[in-house]
Design a protein around this ligand. Sequence first.
Ligand code: FES
Ligand SMILES: [Fe+2]
Length: 432
Amino acid sequence: MLTREENDLLTQTGPGTPMGDLFRRHWIPALLAEEIPGADCPPVRVKLLSENLVAFRDTDGNPGLLDAYCPHRGAPLFFGRNEESGLRCVYHGWKFDVNGECVDLPNSPEGETYKDKVNIKAYPAFDAGGIIWAYLGPKDKLPPKPTFEWFDMGDDRRYLRKYLLRCNYFQAIEGDYDPSHGFFLHSTLDGNNSNPGNRVRGGNRLNSFLNRKHVEIEDTEYGQRHTAVAAFGEGTNVVTVSQFFMPSFTGSGISGPGVYSSNMRIPIDDESNYHYRLRWSYEPFSAEQVQEDKYGGYTYPNQIPGTFLAVENKDNDYLIDRVAQKNYSYTGIKAFPVQDLALVEDQWGPRADRSLESLVTSDQNIIAVRKRLIDAAVALMEGQEPSGPSNPDAYRVHTARMTVPDTMPIPDAVEQVKKQTAGVVKTGVTSN
Ligand code: FES
Ligand SMILES: [Fe+2]
């Protein structure tokens, strides 16, 4: 449990808040690259860390992220004309480039000289891994660009979708560090034999989870590393290593042989976030895998066209099927991430008051991630910069999972699996 003050600190990311400042020391996803598909494309609205912005690409294809409102008299730039390397406000014609410089001020005799004194809030942005990344922090603290290893993968080794979640970002993160919920929320009533997600978790092993042989949580430069060892039957143990990347990215599991998953939870404001749901692999995905994961409606829920909202959403009670709940699945809710969504979007509301909680041992990973973020935000308030952003290569690690003979000493097994989390050298496959 947290005090109300700690809870506010953890969950508020607007300008001037301690957690907002911590987010503003990192490059974070602002939107999908495909939302601004080409040079001089129509601008789109972006809300990020409670700031209203507008994104576009200039004539050279460079992404720009500007204040949503024109500095002349506050008109919305969303309606602007994207023309010849700048976005022009359609109220009186002022025009701004991707750096926020006013390059034309045509409605006034002094415009030609006055424009040099005018600019608009603009944030650095770049393309990588199918995402437009943005840095919303102070200019003198601009860190090097991230180098996640999945940036190196081409489109045949990576897929990504973005979902709108109508709750605080940290409620969504907690689900990624909540190892006991899968045995309930994501299970089927036949001992998981018919569970479409069975390959992810290796069936229902609640007892071995409750009697885990080893749990280790280590703070790292990039965030945290969580390791666990549990009996896996037939003389074996399973060792799993998951990662937490500051400020709000998870490497939270292996979703198939050689397939890594990551969830990036990016605050829109304090009561909504975008979930960037990523699968990537060193090897090209098979057509079957893409078909099942991306289009099957179980791993990647279908969306209402033209939105980032799952078809099964809060407004329709996630299309819960009470007959299925009685006879087949624990929840009666079909898609795997929607099962999470139904619970996390309303934990005492969209921004949970954690002073009301009654935590137990299996919540220890959640407690650790909270502490890592709160400690870093408090340290930053006291003038200590986070070290992760200045060392992006530290983030080139991923999850790992391995079964080993239960005769292998646990420290040896743990060491062996941790080694597998290291990113490999670049594959030579380029991405845009
Ligand atoms: S309000 Fe944008 S040019 Fe006047
Ligand atoms: Fe879940």
